[in-house]
Design a protein around this ligand. Sequence first.
Ligand code: PMT
Length: 361
Amino acid sequence: MATEDPQAQYFENNPAPKQLRKHEALVREFIEYHISTNPETRIVLVTSGGTTVPLENQTVRFIDNFSAGTRGATSAEYFVRAGYAVIFLHREYSLLPYSRHYSHSTNCFLDFMEGSAGGDVVVRQEYQMKMKQVLEEYQYAKKNRLLLMLPYVTVNEYLFELRSLATLLQPVGSRALFYLAAAVSDFFIPRDRMEEHKIQSSTVENGKKTGNGTQLVINLDPVPKFLSTLVHSWASRESMIVSFKLETDPNLLVSKAEQALHKYGHDLVIGNLLTTRKWEVVFVRTGEERWVRVPKAKRSRSVSGIEELVGRADKKKDAAKKDEVDLSGGEVREGMEIESLIVPELAALHEQRIRDSAAKA
Ligand code: PMT
């Protein structure tokens, strides 16, 4: 019999992603490994990046959002440093922990290298120290199996993965932390209304003829809100759940975060504004609002959150203006990453939560 519950209906009416079973097996194995190696291990699920909304089943066009995955990828590194095993559920081709320092257009990895006198390719002197540190941290995470990377693309894939992962993390109880930094689409096209083939510009159905051609009119359904289901049904009641709230209007941020907290009944909402998200966030818990800020002097001016080069003043000014990194020489100064403040704060809250839960048992 068909269910009335929109969340359950969603999973009945939309197809499970092809990679789901494989991902479930990897997660099961990851959790078993860590529980058997160290029953005290804390495991965090970090969600990261945007989700797409395909317009066609054989997808040529899709709707996307701005998220680059900086918050999630950066946080994952700090979680490893804080002793967590990390499941990194991320939008495919968004930023990844460790490689993020050398990927994407603002920081092409080739610019970090040069030919040596002996004809070898080597890392340029000014980047040696930083790259050595990143490499060591990456190898540490790999060797100790502290990072499991699971990609998704569409909002549908994300939702199926989230449900499975939350269920699989149940045995981890209070040692599981959910850090939901992904920017999840609010609207989608249900499977039964999706075009199979590429929508033709000349034969758009529901389109209106205009002087310049044909308009495409798309009807999107709301994606059911899953946070409440995650908190009350998929995840263990013991686990700690942290969601993010993104707003563009500063006057709305705290009230919207509070609303989310009341509505979903989870532990913490981290609020951030689109324009200032790299250097300030607000932790909203029941009866508490606390801002976490990177001190002004330590802020990088790069929007992507990566290093800002300081050197010759004119080059620095030009690079900052263009939101680009100037790789033509000069000393490297790294701005403080706000995730270096967020993650230790969260780890402390989580620690307290684990102790409270043990005391109750
Ligand atoms: O990736 P960056 O460029 O670094 O940007 C990071 C970020 C700004 C995207 C991130 O810090 C952030 O704020 N993410 C949440 C964006 C948001 O406002 O989400 P939301 O209001 O649609 O959802 C609230 C929470 O519920 C989020 O934690 C989301 O992951 C989760 N959610 C939302 C909808 C849904 N159907 N299921 C969900 O789990």
